[in-house]
Design a protein around this ligand. Structure first.
Ligand code: ASP
Length: 322
């Protein structure tokens, strides 16, 4: 039987009701004990890394997760991280980019209802996660509602629905059917064109992250000076949530923000565009309002999620500062 380490970090899955609302209260062993079916899948050890609502998770915690995997790498065949759903897409994207030469599965999961609540989705999600960690492929994945999603492509789209996470611009990796992982042929085809870098040596963790990164969502009426204030406050990277395929208000608009984009870029600030739409990514070469922004130095985020872009930017800036 494969040996899997559960790294518990809190979240709804481990929450109990308190006077002030739900908060994490079950430890990793408490999770495993409530889902006896897991014993048939693999051998499980648990490690209590933190007990946090994922609202409170910060880049420091991603580093703790990555180091925990590194420190236990030779002892286990795979890793499951139980996690709050609210920022789980950030953590899965972070680990996706932070772990190089990963040759084992790392699977994040959580749930919309606590394991202590009636009708909870937690047991199914844990079963999928441990199946993927013991029978799946190397790499970082997020699993939810019987689906496996590539770590940098997940997004939480629902606050309550059990099918909370969707895979954005990357086919779902696999689904769990009758206890078996069924890999998606569309994902296999995707991999042919987007083959991950093969693991060629020991696991390396990239743990230099800059927090001087911000995400701004444009709205009609957005005051361009906000960008200037952020630059003056020391911001070094901006992920700009732009309209549609990649539109940024320019000279035709009383809300022209291009002068402040120029100001930011001339002060060494990276500006990357992501779309406010959920699917299909940015295509900034399509409209004049995108092409002009590109000419001003805005980079296109392409198909990547805003979570992936934020983490990539934190790592890139962190590396430069190191
Ligand atoms: N607030 C919770 C958290 O992110 C929500 C959840 O886990 O579903 O930790």
């Amino acid at each position: 039987m494969k040996k899997i380490l559960l790294i518990a970090t809190g979240g709804t899955i481990a929450s109990v009701q308190t006077e002030d609302g739900m908060m994490p209260g079950l430890d990793g062993q408490g999770l495993i004990d409530r889902v006896p079916a897991l014993k048939a899948i693999c051998e499980i050890d648990t490690l209590e890394l933190m007990q946090l609502d994922s609202t409170n998770i910060q880049p420091e915690h991603w580093i703790d997760m990555a180091r925990t995997i590194k420190n236990n790498y030779d002892l286990y065949d795979g890793f499951v991280i139980s996690h709050g759903t609210d920022t789980m897409a950030y953590s899965s994207a972070a680990l996706y980019y932070m772990l190089e030469n990963l040759n084992k599965p790392v699977v994040l999961t959580g749930s919309q209802l606590s394991l202590t609540e009636d009708g909870t989705d937690a047991p199914d999600n844990l079963i999928t996660a441990f199946t993927a960690a013991s029978k799946g492929r190397p790499g970082v994945y997020l699993t939810f509602y019987g689906r496996l999603i590539q770590g940098n492509a997940a997004k939480k789209l629902y606050t309550e629905h059990f099918h909370a996470f969707h895979s954005i611009n990357v086919p779902e990796v696999a689904v769990l059917e009758q206890g078996e992982l069924k890999f998606n042929p569309d994902y296999e085809a995707y991999l042919k064109e987007h083959a991950p870098k093969p693991a060629t040596g020991d696991l390396i963790i990239h743990d230099q992250l800059s927090k001087k990164v911000v995400m701004i969502e444009l709205t009609p009426g957005f005051d361009k000076n906000y960008i200037k204030f952020l630059v003056e406050a020391g911001c070094q990277g901006i992920v700009l949530k732009v309209f549609g395929s990649g539109g940024i208000p320019g000279v035709e608009s009383p809300g022209n923000i291009l002068p402040c984009i120029d100001y930011a870029i001339s002060h060494g600030v990276q500006v990357v565009a992501t779309t406010q739409c959920v699917f299909d990514g940015t295509h900034m070469d399509r409209y004049e309002v995108g092409v002009t922004a590109l000419k001003h130095g805005v980079k296109s985020g392409g198909p990547l999620t805003s979570e992936a872009l934020i983490v990539k930017m934190m790592l890139e800036l962190g590396r430069k500062q190191a």
